[in-house]
Structures are given as structure tokens and as C-alpha cells.
Design a protein around this ligand. Structure first.
Ligand SMILES: Nc1ncnc2c1ncn2[C@@H]1O[C@H](COP(=O)(O)OP(=O)(O)O)[C@@H](O)[C@H]1O
Ligand SMILES: [Mg+2]
Length: 396
């Protein structure tokens, strides 16, 4: 890890100077200064938290990092290049706040589909899909359409999707929302593991406890400006107090220690208490014990081992995926459940029509009712993503 203060430009995953984004109305009048003169440096290999209340400019900043919005002023480099650089986009994984997925695709097809967008071979897609589904605990749901998924399951498949290209920079918008405490812990462990592999993680979250658990450094946004920033340990340290933790003391020894401290700093300055366990640790311990006692659960299954390819090699990716994820798809998975897998079922031609109407860029079934190879879907998807990107740019 790079020591603070000795960084070279190449050490920055993100460097923004005076970054500003003004949204304008139809008449070109300034409507909202969403981001206002932000200076931001994110070191490679960090888990970096973007905090701030709703409307403070976090998502706008992220969209500029993804090259989806163009800054009004200021300079911005991501992985040493302009965020519009296609090669940079290949190296980014993105979990949007709202996971927009094709509700009629199954979990496995979803990962295969995104893998194809990144140009992975069929064999590699299959390998990664299997590993990722196991990792996020969705193996048993691999053939269920994601439209049927609960919010927690949708987050899990969204997270798997964000990792299919083994990205160097992973941007996660509210990754733990909708997850139970076990799922939250798994996601946080995964974030730590990805960082230990040298990946840079940018985490947007309202869940301050989660941020405190995984982030090395944070910025706090308010009104489009950064109001506080730094190493989390420094920001949170209560600098005028000292805490000493020792094994539980005998009363006589405690009395002697207190007497000494009393003489040195005065009794009003001393407090003695017993450390408490973190509620999350406590909860997970209760669940662990219940599991050991073989108590059955009908809920989501815990995630499995970290995907092998995430622990080892580097890799390729396709740039249109970020646009694809940011483009509002017609049917977010959070909407009510839909009938199972019509996209693949030739027995329901009317369902196919409705899918085609509402999912213009989703893979279409080939003759004979077989799902198309994911490669066949990619050019149409890329085209649609690029059209979408162009329409965003034209609004600038
Ligand atoms: N496309 C847009 N057009 C106009 N104003 C926008 C647009 N996107 C965001 N804003 C405004 O910019 C500000 C910051 O929004 P956002 O970046 O989404 O905040 P956050 O992600 O922190 O909740 C808000 O006042 C929001 O209303
Ligand atoms: Mg937001």
C-alpha cells in the first residue's frame, strides 16, 4: 500500500480537481449545481466511502467517474485516463443503486449476458457464472428469472454482475441495501478481499456502520461540496481521550489503578466500563450456533467461497456495460413477480412479443426456441447502449 504523502499521479485511481456539474433546464438556465468545485483523490487499492445525505451529489459524482455525465468544469482522471476512454471503461465494475436487470433472464443467463458484453468466451462465461453464483449464494436460484428475486437476491446478482469482468475499479452504490445481516457481512468481507487483491472500491452508502467497517478513507458531501474528508481512523478518533483495554481486573488491582489515575488526572476524568460486542458480531454468532445445531432455515442461503478468478488473474472487459447499467431498463427487478422464464419458452409466443416490446435490447430467442448465443445479443446491446450514451451526451 502507498504511504500517504508519497503518492505519484500513477497511484491515483481517481483524481478530480475543481469538479463541477451544473444541470441546466430546457432553456439552458442553471437548474441545480449538483457538484460544486470538488477536489478528490482516491488512492489505488483503497476502499473509499462517498457519504452524504440524499441530493448531496454522490450519484452525480459517480456518473462523472463512469463517463456517463460530462463535467461542466474541472478536471477528472480515472485510472490515469479520461473516464471517457474506452479502455478505462473496460476496467470498471459498477453496481447501480437500483439494479436494473432483464427480469425474464435467469440468474445464470444474466451473468452470461453481461459476460458476453465484456467479450468473454463462452467457456470463460460459464466458469465465472458458476463461481459467482456460488459466491453470492444464488446457486440454487440459477435457473430462476431475476424478476422473481427479492431485493436481497437482486443485490446479490447485481454484485455478481459488477464483478464478471474482474474489474480494477469497483463502484458500488448501496451494495448492502436489502441484505440481511449475514448477507451484509458477506458483502463487506468480499469488499475487503477485493481491496486486498489491489482493487480500488468506491462505496456509496447511507449505512454508516457498513462504511465504518470497510472504508479506509471517506468524504462527506453536502450540497455538492465536500464538507469533511480523510482517513476514517483520524476523522473518528477522539483525540483528547486515551483508552486502555486489559483483561478483567481483580477488584483490589482495579482500586489501585483507579487511585493512581485519580491522583494524576482527577476522578471526574475517569470512566471504567466493560467493552460491548458489536451487535452484528453478536447476531452472526447466534446464527452460527443455530447452524451448528442444524436449525433449518427457509430463507436465502449464505454465500459461498470467493470466485476463483477473482482471487487470481487479470482480464478483459467491454466498455458499453456501464452505459447499459446506467440506462433505465423498462423493468426493475423490484417490481412484482412475473411469470417464469417466458423469454425462453416457445410455448408462449405472446409473452415473447411483450418482452420484445419492452426490452428492445434483450437477447431474443433464436429459431427453435433456443436461447441465442450471448455473442449474438452483444452488438444490438452495444448499439443500444451507445445510443443511450449519445442521448445522454446530447443533453449536455
Ligand atoms: N438529471 C438531473 N437533472 C437535474 N438535476 C439533477 C439531475 N440529477 C441530479 N440532480 C440534482 O443534483 C443534486 C444532486 O443529486 P445526486 O447526485 O443524485 O445526489 P445523491 O446521489 O447524493 O442523492 C440534487 O439536487 C438533484 O436533484
Ligand atoms: Mg444517489
Amino acid at each position: 500500500m502507498v504511504q500517504p504523502g508519497t503518492e505519484q499521479p500513477a497511484d491515483w485511481a481517481v483524481e478530480a480537481i475543481g469538479l463541477t456539474k451544473v444541470f441546466r433546464d430546457f432553456w439552458g438556465r442553471a437548474k441545480a449545481k449538483a457538484v460544486n468545485g470538488v477536489d478528490l483523490r482516491i488512492r489505488r487499492g483503497q476502499v473509499f466511502g462517498l457519504l452524504g445525505p440524499n441530493g448531496s451529489g454522490k450519484s452525480t459524482t459517480v456518473k462523472m467517474l463512469l463517463g456517463l455525465l460530462y463535467p461542466t468544469r474541472g478536471s477528472l482522471t480515472v485510472l490515469g485516463e479520461s473516464p471517457r476512454n474506452v479502455e478505462v471503461k473496460r476496467r470498471i465494475g459498477y453496481l447501480p443503486e437500483e439494479t436494473y436487470l432483464y427480469r425474464y433472464l435467469t440468474a445464470a443467463e444474466t451473468l452470461d449476458f453481461f459476460g458476453a458484453l465484456f467479450g468473454l468466451t463462452a467457456a470463460e462465461r460459464q466458469r465465472r457464472t458458476q463461481q459467482l453464483l456460488a459466491m453470492v449464494g444464488l446457486e440454487t436460484a440459477r435457473n430462476r428469472p431475476v424478476g422473481e428475486f427479492s431485493k436481497g437476491m437482486a443485490r446479490r446478482i447485481g454484485l455478481a454482475q459488477a464483478l464478471i469482468n474482474d474489474p480494477d475499479l469497483v463502484i458500488l452504490d448501496e451494495p448492502t441495501s436489502g441484505l440481511d445481516p449475514i448477507g451484509c457481512r458477506e458483502v463487506k468481507d468480499l469488499i475487503r478481499l477485493l481491496a486486498s487483491r489491489g482493487k480500488t472500491i468506491i462505496l456509496c452508502s447511507h449505512l454508516l456502520a457498513d462504511v465504518a467497517d470497510v472504508c479506509n478513507e471517506v468524504v462527506v458531501f453536502y450540497g455538492g461540496r465536500i464538507r469533511a474528508q480523510g482517513q476514517l481512523n483520524d476523522l473518528l478518533a477522539v483525540k483528547d481521550r486515551t483508552r486502555i483495554e486489559v483483561p478483567c481486573l481483580e477488584p483490589a488491582l482495579l482500586a489501585r489503578v483507579l487511585e493512581l489515575l485519580n491522583q494524576a488526572v482527577g476522578s471526574g476524568q475517569i470512566s471504567v466500563s466493560q467493552p460491548a460486542m458489536d451487535l452484528e458480531d453478536f447476531f452472526l454468532e447466534v446464527v452460527r450456533q443455530a447452524r451448528e445445531a442444524s436449525v433449518d432455515t427457509s430463507g436465502a442461503r449464505a454465500g459461498g467461497p470467493v470466485a476463483e478468478y477473482l482471487r487470481t488473474g487479470g482480464d478483459t472487459a467491454g466498455p458499453a456495460v456501464l452505459e447499459r447499467l446506467a440506462a433505465p431498463a423498462p423493468a426493475p427487478v423490484a417490481t412484482p413477480p412475473v411469470p417464469a422464464a417466458p423469454i425462453l419458452a416457445p410455448a408462449h409466443p405472446e409473452a415473447l412479443t411483450s418482452v420484445a416490446d419492452t426490452h428492445p435490447v434483450a437477447p431474443q430467442p433464436a429459431a427453435g426456441g433456443r436461447p441465442p448465443p450471448a455473442e449474438a445479443a452483444a452488438p444490438a446491446v452495444r448499439q443500444a447502449a451507445n445510443d443511450r450514451l449519445k442521448s445522454i451526451l446530447d443533453k449536455e
